[in-house]
Design a protein around this ligand. Structure first.
Ligand code: CP3
Length: 342
């Protein structure tokens, strides 16, 4: 690598001051240019599967803010889509698909996944060519548990009760689904690396609804399986794990799964975050609502994070995705504040 990308340095354990910064869902509806491009696509999935459009929306936040990382524009639900679960994004209603049961799980066939996902690999390749040299390119996928929650319910739910019930009633089928998703995810991430991703993040957005036993079985073990399969091919692959809402179960997650960095949500206290940071890089963890609340809330939040965690390996980020209500100018302010320019 000719240029040393800042986020790669942090993932290798270095402390940078100021820390590098990017934000989850940085390409999205808070940006007018995203809404404009989105309106030219037939649907959300067409946006994901059309390299011209996906490259464009991925680059939009980089042009505006020069974030230190660019994250591939796609969605975690392209894997169920590749499994022919009839995924659709209904405006205002969130994602939907055909709900799956034990019989459906037994019939799942991942054999056509790489053909289905080829346009995404093309997007990754073009992004690495078009991005500034210094910008880290992140690939991603959903964690098996989080993807499974949508597959089982057929839509988003506030507490993932359908998937949790399924996990208690038919653990064998649940593990069969999670293992299949873990294997697909590892193959999918490897293709992203192959096409130019520098590092990847695995989003486990619903890790926080599980008891200790289920957290280990449904989140930790599948994540360990993904990391193991990816590293068997690419021993130096850098992987960020984001078990959102894991609370005290963040302790031990890095060690048990083998991820390089821990993505922290905004409920993680700084004292605990600092402990986790002694064991390796962390990423986070500004409450996305601070971005909506305005500059005082942003300044206070950013400064507290820099004070508490800036002396160790940190990738500055939000604690979850930016919301459509955020003001694009305030996102610029956040980046300036982190970089000491405001
Ligand atoms: O971060 C980025 O900029 C990369 C793109 C990205 C998207 N989704 C684009 C998107 C990433 C990394 C995701 C991950 C994702 N998708 C997660 C995990 C992270 C998280 O936020 O918890 C989850 C759970 C999903 C599933 C999903 N996709 C949901 C719940 C929704 C929202 C539905 C809605 O209408 O609000 C989506 C749609 C989606 N994914 C949008 C974007 C920009 C908005 C759709 C649109 O433009 O109409």
């Amino acid at each position: 690598m000719a240029v040393e990308r800042k986020i790669m340095k942090v993932l290798n354990g270095e402390t940078l001051s100021p820390p590098p910064v990017w934000i989850m869902r940085q390409a999205g509806r808070y940006l007018p240019e995203y809404r404009e491009t989105r309106a030219t696509a037939k649907g959300f999935l067409d946006l994901c599967y059309t390299p011209d459009l996906a490259v464009e929306v991925t680059l939009q936040p980089i042009r505006r803010y020069a974030f230190d990382a660019s994250i591939l524009f796609s969605d975690i639900l392209v894997l169920p889509d590749a499994l022919k679960r009839n995924v659709r994004f209904v405006q205002g209603e969130g994602p939907q698909m055909d709900p799956i049961d034990a019989e459906g799980i037994a019939k799942l066939d991942p054999s056509g996944m790489h053909d289905h996902l080829a346009p995404i690999y093309e997007t990754v390749k073009r992004l690495r060519q078009e991005l500034p040299e210094e910008t880290t390119l992140l690939g991603f996928c959903g964690a098996p548990w989080t993807v499974a929650t949508y597959m089982i319910a057929g839509h988003g739910t506030p507490d993932q009760a359908p998937a949790r019930l399924f996990g208690y009633r038919d653990r064998a089928s649940m593990m069969r689904l999670l293992d299949l998703l873990a294997d697909m995810s590892a193959d999918y991430l490897l293709q992203q690396f192959e096409n130019g991703a520098d590092a990847v993040q695995v989003f486990d957005s619903w890790a926080g609804v599980l008891d200790e036993d289920c957290f280990d079985a449904f989140c930790v073990q599948p994540m360990k399986r993904i990391v193991g399969k990816v590293r068997a091919v690419r021993p130096d692959a850098k992987i960020i794990g984001f078990p959102k809402g894991a609370g005290s179960l963040y302790r031990g997650y890095r060690e048990k799964t083998g991820v390089d960095a821990l993505g922290l949500d905004w409920t993680v206290p700084f004292s605990f975050a600092a402990e986790l940071q002694k064991e390796g890089p962390i990423q986070g963890n500004l409450d996305p609502l601070r971005l909506v609340a305005g500059r005082d809330a942003i300044r206070e939040g950013v400064d507290r994070i820099l004070d508490a965690l800036g002396n160790g390996p940190l990738i500055f980020n939000l604690g979850h995705g930016v919301t459509p209500q955020a003001d694009p100018d305030d996102v610029g302010y956040l980046v300036d504040r982190v970089r000491g320019n405001a």
